[in-house]
Ligand binder design. Structure first.
Ligand code: ATR
Length: 282
């Protein structure tokens, strides 16, 4: 293979599935725009392959890694050090490789907050929040939201024990937070902010049914799934007259934050936003 210079680098996206991700489109455009000769490459990994893969990546030209479904919690166990949000949430979706060491971050949480602020002009302070799901995405998002002193957080999860565990971990870190983990379908009311973090809908067909009449009429409903741009879940919410925020916004700002972490440079967010929205409307 031709050696294209010492500064050539690679960033990997590991997950399962990864083939339909728009991350390569965004990051490769951003690297090119700022003049970095780096390649962003998706790689499908099965459970059990994450540890060995991360071990061999310490050396070589890997600058960073994005981690997606379902490996975010496994990745948190394999990195050498973690940012405060990665540490408290127990989920890592972004890794910087430096001097053979792996530094784990959670840009889902920070990206979600930036999306709320910049695309919906919304603050979580004092709000009653409901989170659907208790996986890696729910962890990053709920810990980031808890920093804003919401009135309460309820985690609704199909496997109740996993939801209760997330609620317990939140309580341990935020002692004054009103937080509970309940089974999916349990009664919640007067919700200001509903965040759909489950993987239901990733296939582009299935979607969770939710009793949207339990939300305040002023509520904001956010989905972390970004394709299609208006997911069936968000279309249901719109039918109830509720405001919605598509997963594209969190996806964009988590990518921008990952880019900052790997490169130390300000990402071309305008370009990334245009590329993303164009790909989603194509
Ligand atoms: P991610 O890192 O994207 O959060 P994950 O850690 O695999 O992915 O978590 C997936 C989430 O979607 C979990 O909350 C999961 O619920 P369980 O804890 O009960 O597995 C939820 N989920 C997946 N399929 C689901 C389904 N058919 N109905 C309801 N929830 C589902």
């Amino acid at each position: 293979m031709k050696d294209r210079g010492a500064s050539r680098g690679a960033v990997w996206l590991i997950g399962d599935p990864v083939s339909h991700s728009l991350s390569p489109l965004l990051h490769n455009a951003a690297f090119k725009k700022v003049g970095l000769p780096w390649d962003y490459v998706p790689l499908r990994l099965l459970k059990g392959q994450v540890g060995p893969f991360l071990r061999i990546l310490r050396h070589g030209r890997t600058m960073g890694i994005n981690v997606t479904v379902p490996h975010k919690e496994a990745a948190a166990r394999w990195v050498d050090r973690k940012s405060p949000l990665a540490q408290s949430s127990g989920a890592v979706n972004c890794i910087r490789v430096r001097g053979g060491r792996l530094e784990g971050y959670n840009t889902d949480g920070t990206g979600f907050i930036e999306a709320l602020e910049r695309e919906a002009d919304y603050s979580a302070r004092g709000k009653r929040i409901a989170i659907l799901g208790a996986g890696g995405a729910a962890r990053g998002i709920s810990f980031a939201l808890a920093e804003f002193r919401p009135a309460s957080i309820v985690v609704l999860n199909r496997t109740p024990a996993r939801g209760r565990k997330l609620a317990r971990d939140l309580k341990r870190r935020f002692r004054n937070l009103d937080v509970a983990g309940v089974p999916m379908g349990e009664w919640v009311r007067d919700v200001d902010l509903l965040v759909q973090t489950t993987s239901v809908g990733l296939d582009g067909r299935s979607h969770l049914r939710f009793p949207f009449d339990r939300l305040k009429p002023s509520a904001l409903v956010a989905d972390v799934i970004y394709r299609p741009r208006r997911t069936p879940f968000l279309r249901d919410a719109s039918r109830w007259g509720l405001r919605t925020l598509g997963g594209w916004a969190m996806f964009l700002y988590q990518a921008a934050e990952s880019f900052r972490i790997w490169t130390g440079m300000e990402p071309p967010v305008g370009l990334m936003r245009r590329k993303l929205l164009r790909a989603l409307t194509a």
